[in-house]
Design a protein around this ligand. Structure first.
Ligand SMILES: [Zn+2]
Length: 215
């Protein structure tokens, strides 16, 4: 009788017989570090799949791991798993809803307002005396803006030559007196009226678009 067969028979006979904590500990130590065959690994995985751990068991694992540095491999695995979880649609919807609630809290709103005021604003210009007067929202300035955006509607991307009318020049912050170039953007006659509703949304969209542009 070969050793492997004997082992199997022993294990079958002992199945179901409860073992003392001491014996289990000894067995565990004896098997620690012994490489498992693919077949064994598959068996273990099949047994464990779908099984949920008790709170007590989870706590035990947690206690055993606390303070231990994570291996590079484990960190990468965690990162991958997190990415998969974060990308699940229901998780994304949940995160987005939670973010919306958080952003609407008055103290957060106030913080954001302060963070984007004055020199921290997207529209901040060091020397305002170099800018055109507010009365200078004229043909020349509008033409400059259209040219700056390559005579393109920044929403639908249609070019002026494809349209029957010249492009409109839109004030990103809806302040008609704020005529600095970084507050102006070219829009077609169809898209411009659309920006009259959901103003906060459109301001954010256009500010993102102009953020890295040079004027
Ligand atoms: Zn358009």
């Amino acid at each position: 009788m070969n050793k492997d067969k004997k082992n199997k028979e022993n294990s079958a006979r002992q199945k179901g017989i409860p073992k003392s904590a001491e014996t289990r500990k000894r067995m565990s130590l004896a098997w620690t570090g012994v490489p498992k065959s693919a077949e064994t690994k598959a068996k273990i995985s099949a047994t464990l799949t779908g099984r949920s751990l008790s709170a007590e068991h989870k706590m035990k694992i947690h206690d055993a791991l606390v303070g231990k540095p994570h291996s590079k491999e484990r960190k990468e695995k965690q990162k991958r798993n997190q990415k998969i979880v974060m990308n699940r649609l229901e998780v994304r919807a949940k995160t987005s809803a939670a973010q919306k609630i958080a952003q609407n809290r008055p103290e957060v709103k106030e913080k954001n307002r302060i963070a984007h005021t004055g020199s921290r604003s997207y529209n901040w210009i060091e020397d305002r005396s170099l800018l055109p007067y507010s009365g200078e929202f004229n043909l020349e300035l509008k033409e400059r803006i259209r040219k700056n955006y390559d005579y393109t509607c920044m929403v639908c991307k249609l070019k002026e030559e494809q349209l029957t009318r010249k492009l409109s020049v839109h004030h990103i912050d809806y302040d008609k007196k704020n005529n600095i170039p970084s507050n102006l953007i070219s829009l077609c006659g169809k898209c411009h009226p659309v920006t009259n509703t959901h103003r906060k949304y459109w301001t954010a969209v256009f500010q993102c678009k102009i953020y890295r542009r040079k004027f």
